[in-house]
Design a protein around this ligand. Structure first.
Ligand code: HEM
Length: 388
């Protein structure tokens, strides 16, 4: 029986699509077993309704420290025994609830709307510099990466001068030796230490004054929470800007709709988020038996929510004028992306200005020659050669 369980694939023939084998996996039903790189098995949820049900089920844990917690790919050595490296996203209630309450007020629609003029200026400055220097240009290094990096630094109160360090460490955060993660934690620890001594303006400073000083969290928790926001705040948004641009340039009829009417950009952003679902495999572990999609997931079983596959259930076509409601690009349930309002604002502003300012923008190499991130859980490119 076990030999009929297929291996989970992580290679993507197309940079815009979920990992290969999605059609076969879907044929096996909305919840089916897969074999992971280490020989263990896990449940893969590919059905959209089932994915939403599982992600909002209180009988699942996100605690990476639990024995048997699944991972689609090998994790850095230091990540395994502890969940300290991924505060919030790897915490369960009540710790998760306590931490999330501390940060959620900084990411409301109202708070993010107040940031929009600043995001507009950051985007304008980056485009000015890229246009002045080019063509050609690397859209990742010149635009897609620095925009979200600058924004999250300002929001957190982290010095943007350090961006090369934390971007590089963040790119290597899944390396087997775990060094990059250690470097990031050390960096955040020291940054928080400096803020305790010398308060400035930013979310980290607010957390020092309001939460750390009051004993609601300790310095190690604050450092890892800061690290998660710093990484999640720049890496994912940068991937969405670069892959989203590439996808639109590769689909001129869709891009024409975006260019024809700037009011259509927010809907296009939702469709790009759905189509690409870049954080496409969300790990959980059942804490009790769960009946789902015709199978019984036993307490202790690992579950991977294949949100990238589930988000293609309704359609494999990109249609920027008809975004799907309730896509899973930001996850669902208690861990649904903290930064989604910020990410939406950044994407809307970035695409609007990019296509307005450079109407003749095009890829400088064919899509399949754009250098891609090494195979693994992360989708995206390492460079985006463009010209105009
Ligand atoms: C387009 C960009 C983004 C995408 C696609 C994305 C995607 C996601 C997804 C899928 C999750 C859920 C993970 C899970 O359930 O296991 C998540 C959680 C999270 N995201 Fe994002 N994210 C983006 C931008 C951001 C930004 C800008 C921030 C800035 C702070 C951020 C911070 C977080 C945090 C802290 C969590 C954990 C929340 C929790 O566990 O309660 N993300 N994100």
């Amino acid at each position: 029986m076990t030999d009929t369980i297929p291996d989970l694939q992580l290679t993507r023939s197309c940079p815009f699509d979920p990992p290969d084998g999605a059609a076969e996996l879907r044929e096996r039903g909305p919840v089916s077993q897969v074999r992971l790189y280490d020989g263990s098995t896990a449940w893969l949820v590919t059905g959209h309704a089932e994915a939403r049900a599982l992600l909002s089920d209180p009988r699942v844990s996100s605690d990476r420290g639990r024995p048997g917690f699944p991972s689609p790919a090998p994790l850095p050595a230091m990540n395994r025994p502890t969940n300290m490296n991924a505060t919030l996203v790897a915490n369960d209630p009540p710790v998760h609830t306590r931490l999330r309450r501390m940060v959620i007020p900084s990411f409301t629609v109202r708070k993010i709307n107040a940031l929009r003029p600043r995001i507009e200026r950051i985007v304008t400055e980056r485009l000015d510099a890229m246009i002045a220097a080019g063509p050609p240009a690397d859209l990742l290094a010149g635009f897609a990466l620095p925009v979200p990096s600058t924004v999250i630094c300002e929001l957190l109160g982290a010095p943007y001068e350090d961006h090369e360090f934390f971007e590089e460490q963040s790119r290597r955060r899944l390396d087997a030796d775990g060094l990059a993660l250690q470097n990031l934690i050390k960096y955040l620890h020291e940054l928080v230490g400096r803020k305790i001594e010398n308060p400035g303006e930013g979310l980290l400073d607010d957390l020092v004054a309001e939460q750390l000083a009051e004993g609601h969290l300790d310095q190690a928790e604050l450092a890892t929470l800061g690290m998660v926001m710093l990484i999640a705040g720049h890496d994912t948004t940068s991937t969405m800007i670069s892959l989203g641009t590439m996808l639109l340039l590769d689909n001129p009829e869709q891009l024409a709709k975006v260019r024809a009417d700037e009011a259509a950009v927010p809907a296009a952003v939702e469709e790009l988020l759905r189509y690409l679902t870049i954080a496409g495999m969300l790990p959980r572990q059942a804490t009790e038996d769960i009946e789902l999609g015709g199978v019984t997931i036993k307490a202790g079983d690992g579950v991977l929510v294949a949100s990238a596959i589930a988000d293609r259930e309704q359609s494999d076509e990109l249609d920027v004028a008809n975004p799907m409601r309730h896509h899973l690009a930001f996850g669902f349930g208690i861990h649904q992306c903290l930064g989604q309002n910020l990410a939406r604002a950044e994407l809307e502003i970035a695409f609007t200005q990019l296509f307005r300012r450079i109407p003749t923008l095009r890829l400088a190499v064919p899509v399949d020659e754009v250098p891609r991130r090494p195979m693994g859980a992360l989708s995206g490119v390492t460079e985006l050669p463009v010209t105009w």
